[in-house]
Ligand binder design. Structure first.
Ligand SMILES: NC(=O)c1ccc[n+]([C@@H]2O[C@H](COP(=O)([O-])OP(=O)(O)OC[C@H]3O[C@@H](n4cnc5c(N)ncnc54)[C@H](OP(=O)(O)O)[C@@H]3O)[C@@H](O)[C@H]2O)c1
Length: 249
């Protein structure tokens, strides 16, 4: 079994995934921009992971990381893209540069990293699994999320089409859509117990997620247990995208 490449490995979902996969004995390749944060994660994993810091919003960076990682760690046949940002702003107040930046961080980083990963699999001629991280807001209309909803919908479409293209070569591609999850990125909504309690009220299960919730589903999709699962979009959001609880009396 080859190694798994986790991008956004210092984040809430990426770092939870690293711990889950390490417990399952998978070799890991970790990427993020902050080398110090990656080193801390690697240390918490007993220094059993290779760290390859890079800004994956730069074209070509993903291919460079993979080339170095394969040389140092060996074959890589799993990939989880856990990079992202958020922007909560109505479209008429969203600047062109903000719109571009949201697409760059969420969509282009995913497309460039997936392209590099698939190119490596075609070269290695291995079966493989890739998981991209979308968002609840790509699946249901939430006010003021136009830019991030569009970028994450593009990520989901990228995942479905590439799953179709590469299915017969044994390369699976799936997309998970987390709901509101406690992390740096969502700190405005989850940064204090009061904020968590307030935002949990709008969730059908009355909960805000933790990194480990989405990590568990990604780990399954990366495993051989999911060998017949591809082209899927799976929500990890307490039912938020599809359930409509009745108002409380
Ligand atoms: N948290 C939520 O409520 C929520 C909801 C829906 C979807 N999501 C999605 O879930 C995924 C994981 O987010 P999270 O909640 O774990 O947030 P997080 O804790 O803020 O993690 C984001 C990660 O992305 C990395 N990153 C950002 N820009 C990067 C770049 N240009 N190059 C390389 N790494 C970069 C960050 O590391 P560095 O800063 O060191 O680069 C960090 O490790 C994202 O795709 C996010 O959009 C999250």
């Amino acid at each position: 079994m080859g190694a798994i490449w986790i991008t956004g490995a210092s984040g809430a979902i990426g770092s939870a995934l690293a711990h889950t996969l390490r417990e399952a004995g998978r070799p890991l390749v970790l990427t993020g921009r902050d080398a110090g944060a990656l080193a801390q994660i690697a240390q918490s994993l007993g220094n059993q992971a290779g760290i390859f810091p890079a800004d994956l919003c730069e074209p070509g960076a993903a291919a460079d990381v993979l080339a170095q990682a394969v040389e140092q760690v060996g074959p890589i046949d799993g990939f989880a893209h856990c990079i992202g940002s958020t922007l909560i702003r109505p479209l008429h107040l969203t600047s062109d540069s903000d719109l571009e930046q949201v697409l760059r961080v969420n969509f282009f980083s995913a497309a460039w990293a997936l392209k590099a990963f698939i190119a490596l699999q075609l070269k290695q001629q291995t079966t493989a699994s890739a998981v991209l991280v979308g968002s609840l807001v790509a699946r249901a209309g939430f006010p003021n999320h136009e830019a991030i909803a569009a970028a994450k919908a593009a990520v989901a479409a990228l995942s479905e089409s590439s799953a179709a293209t590469y299915a017969e070569r044994g390369i699976r591609v799936n997309c998970v859509h987390p709901g509101l999850t406690i992390s740096k990125l969502s700190a405005r909504l989850t940064g204090s117990p009061e904020a968590v309690a307030r935002n949990a009220k709008s969730n059908p299960m009355g909960l805000v997620g933790e990194g480990k919730d989405t990590a568990a589903v990604i780990a399954f999709l990366l495993s051989d247990a999911a060998r017949w699962v591809t082209g899927q979009q799976i929500s990890v959001d307490g039912g938020h995208a599809v359930l409509h609880p009745l108002p409380k009396a």
